[in-house]
Design a protein around this ligand. Sequence first.
Ligand code: NOJ
Length: 528
Amino acid sequence: MKKVWWKHGVIYQIYPRSFKDSNHDGIGDINGITECLDYLQDLGIDGIWLSPLYRSPMYDFGYDVSDYCDIDPVFGTMRDFKHLVKEAEKRNIAIIMDMVFNHTSHLHPWFLESRSSKDNPKRDWYIWHPGKKRKVPNNWMAAFGGRAWEWDPLTQEYYLHLFTKQQPDLNWRNPNVKKAMFDVLRFWMDNGVKGFRFDVINLLVKDRQFRNNPYKLRFTNPRRHDQQLHIYDRNQPEAHEILKEMRILFDSYGTIMSVGEIYLDEGIRDSHLPASFLGNNDELHMNFNFSTMFASFNCYELRKIMIDWYEAIGGKGWPCYVFSNHDQSRAITRIAKNDLQKAKLLAVLLLTQKGTPFIYYGEEIGMVDGKFPYRYIQDPVGKKYWPFHTGRDKARTPMQWDATSYAGFSTAKPWLPVNPDYTRTNVALQSKNAESMLQFYRQLIALRKSRKELYAGEIEFLPGSDDVMLYKRVWNNDTCLVALNFSSSKRKINFDSTCRVLLSSYQKNIIDVQTITLDPFEAVICSK
Ligand code: NOJ
């Protein structure tokens, strides 16, 4: 595996509970993923980011870890995991683990020790505070509802949790925490893992004085957490020092990739914050910029986000792109309003930018958001905020493999309902249909892989128009031109010389053109 495989590759996120159930208990598992490696190889991906598989009481479906060095029995065993790594390696696919370092589960032995007494050696591994006159230490709110402080009657102090109270925050100011977590990274790298995604990495360190967050002057969100400016409970300078040390560790292993989740408030567009956690090319290799997540289907807006992102990064690191993940409504529903042509245009945008694209399972077949009533809701966010926020289950429905019962995901009733469109939208059917979304993704990824200008070249935005985005990707003498028509009517483009259309989202035949008329929402990639 080349050192920079992750720069040129395509990464595919799997939410293991929902991908493929091999033991028929209604929950996806590791052996299920291994069974599907040929499918993923065929799709052309280079790495799989697995949402957490570690032992967990599952209050937040694995983002509450009770043992970082073991697999939860619901997903299988360490042996299954090693087998997956080996089989993936045979297909040149890297395995990327999700590292939840900001907090553990309240049932992690470290926390059980920490809460047992004030003089326990692990007391200072978490963030404890006596409070002020028997009141909470400050105004910090938990992202998943209520105050961020929980009173613990046994030792008569509060502990901090920026998510649920079952997810106590670790104290990264304590060097022993860092040491233990770096050992966790070594454990997985020694087990063949080639990369890490870091959960809410900008939350790692908090203000030493626990100052109150100020409130925003204007807000529309009824959640108190979202009404605050998160000045003191995240983005502290000390986090950068930790990431620098981590980078030295990764570089000592050679081929390791790291990507950070930089937590932004819902709806906020900010490229500078995720760029800042790249350091000067000496912190994380990449960071997600969720500005794309909060965009609408608008040429001007998306173009601006991309340009801002490149400017914010400069030469400091490598960009990456994402439209969908396990926390947000799927892009096909949220941005493309379930329109397949619009979704194909977004796929071209994702896969032809300069940087590493991340695809979320099911995106390649056009899986849309699930819709179900409250009684099916599993996600703690949905349970807490229904109906104002319906939670994240809609983006976690079972993968649609075929038209058999439960969409071929399982023979048992799945943990979340299968989307009713599975008889039309599934892998088996789309594999046979040359014009399907799946075939389009396969062609798009294959094209990207075959041309250095697409996976490694520079990007240059061209003057387009209000609703047509035009850009070039260039490597030495090779140039690809990408044209995206965001409009619902036809648009004509004149090139300065003859171009060959390599791929069209209308899956038209390859032709040489000097003038091209794009159909509504059509995306094309041409070579010059
Ligand atoms: C971000 C993760 O993506 C999300 O799923 C999780 O609930 C929170 N972090 C807390 O770990």
